[in-house]
Design a protein. Structure first.
Length: 272
């Protein structure tokens, strides 16, 4: 069972819009090394346009290292499980795809076209992800999940809540989240939690180690600090980070620590 998933597989640069430092394919070497070192299978949530070898997507976004990355995945399939992380990871300039935090819903036809195209791209390279991870954790119950079920997905992996920026929360303490979600009525829902690190963070110091301990604690202070609520979150199926977090060799030590916390049962993760 996968307990740790890295999002943004295939990205050519650090930021979803293609800006920032370029991402080296060495991050996938580290992903495999992490899985082998810990003896566990790790998830890799990939955005399909970066692997579009047959040009199904109208934009030219193919990762120049796509063949190398796909070979790495294929050669180590016992350690890496591919998840579908959308077609583009973009909607009207926002790093989402199936729902917008700014403008609201994305129509069902658009969602269906994007998701079916993404699955066809994966089919062309010999893969068929069975779990959908909506980009930006943004999705619409009764639409995104229905489309995913219709396309044969087994599950959707989502957050229970998407937190606001700290400054926005402090300005409005009674409204800590941009959005919250319940489980789907149509498809298996696998809830996930973050690790208190930014998607582009590459160094991990004492503050990160403290956050890590707090994530796996159940006391009230830790719940409030990490999740902005006194109510225990739904037990997660897995925790997530991003491939950008693996840019430095020392990241292996930090994520080995993460996996040890999970293995020791501090999180008591179960599928929901």
């Amino acid at each position: 069972m996968v307990r740790l998933v890295f999002d943004d597989g295939g990205f050519t640069h650090v930021n979803p819009d293609g800006t920032g430092p370029a991402l080296s394919p060495v991050v996938y070497d580290r992903l495999v090394a992490l899985a082998e070192r810990a003896g566990v299978r790790i998830g890799l949530a990939c955005t399909a346009k970066y692997f579009d070898v047959d040009g199904l997507y109208e934009g030219d976004a193919l990762n120049a290292d796509a063949d190398r990355i796909l070979k790495k995945i294929g050669d180590h399939a016992e350690w890496i499980e591919i998840y579908n992380h959308g077609l583009t990871h973009e909607h009207l300039g926002e790093p989402v795809e199936y729902f917008s935090y700014e403008t609201g819903r994305v129509d069902e036809a658009t969602q269906s076209q994007r998701l079916s195209t993404a699955q066809e791209i994966w089919s062309r390279v010999g893969l068929r992800p069975s779990v959908l991870v909506p980009p930006g954790h943004a999705w619409e119950r009764g639409v995104t999940d229905v489309v995913a079920e219709r396309l044969g997905f087994e599950a959707i992996a989502v957050r229970q809540f998407e937190k606001k920026r700290l400054a926005d929360w402090l300005a409005s303490p009674a409204r800590p989240y941009k959005a919250t979600w319940k489980a789907s009525d149509h498809i298996e829902t696998r809830f996930r939690l973050g690790l208190g690190i930014r998607f582009d963070q590459t160094t991990f110091g004492p503050a990160n180690r403290l956050k890590l301990r707090m994530i796996f604690r159940t006391d009230v202070v830790s719940r409030l600090a990490m999740n902005r609520t006194l109510v225990p979150p739904i037990a997660p199926s897995h925790y997530f980070a991003h491939v950008q977090n693996l840019q430095r060799p020392e990241s292996l030590h930090f994520f080995t620590r993460v996996l040890s916390y999970i293995e020791r049962g501090h999180a008591s993760p179960v599928d929901r």
